[in-house]
Design a protein around this ligand. Structure first.
Ligand code: 6AU
Length: 260
């Protein structure tokens, strides 16, 4: 049972290099916190990454929302990620035919595959998307979080879609880092990491359909390994303080979960 296993044991079973790296970072930094850096200015994004860096295992970006984006943003972002030992994670949610995804992933203004070892992908369009990510130009160590469930109210994902998404992931153990979901899904592969967004202490929802669970709930009841916290940290008066608080709650919940 994955939920009772330590990250150390699961690291040995992971076949994807980014999953291995994430497990290692989580153990060493004692953090399962991924911060969603949904920030509109390049300078603010860098300052934010620097502030929360010590407390996170991954920084999740939506790079296309940065209003003054310039490719020069990437190098300092990478330096911050190296210095604080976290993974850059572009939440692009690829959902097109394989060839188009290949271009979106490795070409264009953002050239995602050159700097983001982790990306998100929708299973909707079929496994051609995964083949495209696998064979595209860019850095070699790459991983995919496949979306099997969503945190938003009224989303159209059915139980079968979720099950078939897990099956698709299991066909690509070398490429898949893990699954984005909201419940403790059954997978035969304990090397997969479960990523759970929609996490906040203050609110139960926003005004556009987002639904939140507490950090304790996602780890102990929903099976989250890594929790994604966005506005709970980015809109806190002191993001670094908030990040540390979420980190501690999440890590203690993980220790509690694996305790026999
Ligand atoms: O904590 P928030 O609500 O400020 O931010 C949540 C972040 C956003 C969403 O794009 C993302 O998490 N997200 C995702 C993914 C893949 O990360 C999936 C999902 O079902 N719900 C969700 O909110 O950056």
């Amino acid at each position: 049972n994955r939920l009772k296993m330590s990250f150390e044991d699961r690291e040995k079973l992971a076949k994807n290099p980014v999953a291995k790296r994430l497990f290692e970072i989580m153990r060493n930094k004692q953090t399962t916190l991924c911060v969603a850096a949904d920030i509109l200015s390049a300078t603010d994004l860098l300052n934010f990454a620097e502030a929360v860096g010590p407390h996170i295992c991954a920084l999740k970006t939506h790079i296309d929302i940065v209003e003054d984006f310039n490719p020069n943003l990437i190098q300092p972002l990478q330096q911050i990620a190296d210095r604080h030992n976290f993974v850059l994670f572009e939440d692009r949610k690829f959902a097109d035919i394989g060839k188009t995804v290949e271009y979106q992933y490795s070409k264009g203004l953002y050239s995602i595959s050159s700097w983001a070892p982790l990306v998100t992908v929708h299973s909707l369009m079929g496994p051609g998307v995964l083949d495209a990510i696998k064979s595209s130009d860019g850095a070699k160590a790459r991983g995919v979080f496949l979306l099997a469930e969503a945190s938003s109210a009224g989303n159209l994902i059915s139980e079968n879609y979720t099950k078939d998404t897990i099956k698709m992931a299991e066909q690509y153990p070398e490429l898949i880092t893990g699954i984005v979901c909201q419940s403790p899904l059954f997978t035969n592969n304990p090397g997969f990491i479960q990523l759970c967004p929609g996490v906040q202490l203050e609110n139960k929802q926003d005004n556009l359909g987002q639904k939140y669970n507490s950090p304790l709930t996602v780890v102990l009841e929903k099976g989250a390994d890594v929790a994604v916290v966005g506005r709970g940290i980015s809109q806190a008066p002191e993001p670094a303080v908030a990040a540390e608080k979420y980190k501690k709650i999440l890590w203690n919940a993980y220790l509690e979960r694996i305790k026999t």
